[in-house]
Design a protein around this ligand. Structure first.
Ligand SMILES: *Cc1c(COP(=O)(O)O)cnc(C)c1O
Length: 485
């Protein structure tokens, strides 16, 4: 016998009664509210038992249902074994945070369950999502010709950008096409090139300068050389904030070079894009409006839960030329330029109504709240850099250009390998204190610790506590007293 929530029709268990629906959402909401309330005191790094936890959960498909409360308990037991990406102390990789309003939006969107892949399926809801895309395009300084779509993340946005550039700039037989980026580019770009059909040998990773920015002086030469060899340079991908160190390439100069060479210019601003909402960010990202296409990640610098990226293309018709394919069973595609059919602009046909996840928090809180939160992150990174600069045993390797910085214990005069071992211990000693969680990267053989301030939940106070921990961990490691956690 299927266990059904109270009030559910016993013969139609998939359609709960109003009372049962109320109970389900109430029980779920209580768990989430408790979770968010207790976030500041929760552990940040708690997955050492990962294999055991994962294996214990393996089970066959259940033939009958179980009580909801029991399933919520299972989630409550399972969630803590994780990187606590929602914690205010999460300064690792690229944090997002996860706005509560977006979680509520997902409930509403799934509850209504309207079709937003084609305009005709839900013209009003599609318009809400188009509004979101137009707002983002305007923030970037894009013209009214721009179009785009919300993806599941930056990787899919980058992939679609590479395919669109390929379709616009190269013949169907495209294997002479070459693309260019810095050695600091996010690996999703290399994956995108591969998925778009390009052998690794067609991707040129140009060295970066002392500030980890693409060396534009080498870019032109590389394109000229390839062209002389009979190849077809067609795409340059720059960074609007690298994941490694937050470096922003010179987007204005890159745009000028791309224009002169007739190649597509894509900016990967998955991490840094929404800093254009701030005065300082706008300055750092100047020139982004001249790019042919831009990747952003609302689930990073707009603080959304995971699952929402964005691609915008300056000449929106390029997306349509790349994606529109006819089929007899499909509804008529909109010819009115004001109305968008997402299935003609992106790889997907059926999709969730992810626009609501961005629309609701922007409408509910207003853009000013986001601008303030992003400004606070820029301040926080500068304050962290100031504090680290005052610690004589620490060397800042990448000053913040946006809200990421990279540092390490000053080299001891020994070899690089032993410096790296020491810094690895330093990282472990910081994270063992469980007030902040940071991660590392390796650049030119140097193991570097990085701080990425991006969660709306990270307060200046929490950052200060983290800096205390960094100081204490440095003392501990240098005194040789660390025991591996
Ligand atoms: C995170 C990131 C990506 C990939 O985005 P996903 O949303 O994780 O797929 C691409 N580029 C940069 C610079 C990033 O920080």
């Amino acid at each position: 016998m299927a266990v059904t929530p109270p009030g559910t029709h016993p013969d139609r268990p998939l359609e709960p009664s109003p009372e049962a629906m109320r109970q389900l959402i109430h029980q779920a909401a209580e768990r989430i509210i408790h979770h968010i309330e207790t976030l500041p005191g929760q552990k940040l790094l708690n997955n050492q038992d990962g294999p055991a936890v994962a294996r214990a959960l393996v089970e066959p498909l259940p033939e009958t249902g179980a009580p909801f409360e029991e399933l919520l308990d299972l989630l409550d037991r399972t969630v803590p074994c994780s990187y606590n990406t929602a914690s205010p102390g999460y300064l690792a990789y690229v944090p997002g945070g996860g706005l509560y309003a977006s979680a509520v939006a997902d409930y509403l969107a799934d509850g209504y369950n309207r079709y937003t892949g084609a305009w005709v399926g839900s013209p009003g809801l599609v318009q809400l999502e188009v509004n979101v895309l137009r707002w983002i395009a305007e923030l970037l300084g894009y013209p009214a010709t721009a179009k785009g779509f919300l993806s599941t993340g930056g990787s899919i946005a980058n992939f679609t950008a590479v395919v669109t550039a390929r379709m616009e700039k190269l013949p169907e037989n495209f294997l002479d096409g070459t693309l260019y980026c810095s050695d600091q580019i996010h690996h999703s770009v290399l994956k995108a090139a591969r998925l778009a059909g390009f052998p690794a040998a067609n991707v040129r990773q140009i060295p970066s300068d002392d500030h980890f920015r693409l060396r534009l002086d080498l870019l032109e030469g590389a394109m000229d050389e390839d062209r002389a060899a009979g190849l077809q340079p067609f795409l340059v991908i720059t960074s609007g904030g690298t994941t490694n160190t937050g470096a922003v390439d010179d987007l204005t100069a890159a745009a000028e070079i791309c224009h002169r060479h007739g190649v597509w210019h894509h900016v990967d601003a998955a991490y840094g894009g929404f800093f254009v909402m701030t005065e300082r960010g706008k300055k750092s990202l100047a020139g982004i409006e001249q790019a042919d296409s831009i990747t952003l990640d609302p689930h990073k610098s707009l603080f959304l839960p995971y699952g929402t990226g964005c691609l915008l293309v300056r000449d929106g018709d390029a997306l349509r030329r790349t994606h529109a394919v006819d089929a007899q069973y499909m509804p008529v595609i909109q010819e009115d330029p004001d109305f968008w059919d997402f299935h003609t602009l992106s790889p997907e046909l059926s999709r969730d109504f992810r626009g609501l996840r961005v629309w609701l928090p922007l409408k509910l809180h207003g853009a000013a709240a986001f601008r303030t939160a992003l400004d606070e992150k820029l301040d926080m990174a500068l304050e962290a850099a100031d504090a680290l600069r005052k610690m004589p045993e620490i060397e800042i390797v990448a000053e913040p250009q946006l809200s990421i910085l990279a540092f390490r214990l000053r080299p001891t005069g020994g070899d690089e390998a032993s410096d790296n071992v020491l810094n690895r211990r330093f990282l472990d000693a910081i994270n063992a204190r469980q007030r902040i969680f940071i991660t590392a990267t390796t650049i030119d053989g140097r193991f570097l610790l990085r701080i990425c301030a991006l969660s709306f939940r990270t307060t200046p106070e929490r950052m200060r506590e983290g800096l205390e921990d960094i100081r204490a961990a440095a003392d501990e490691v240098l005194a040789g007293t660390t025991v591996k956690p």
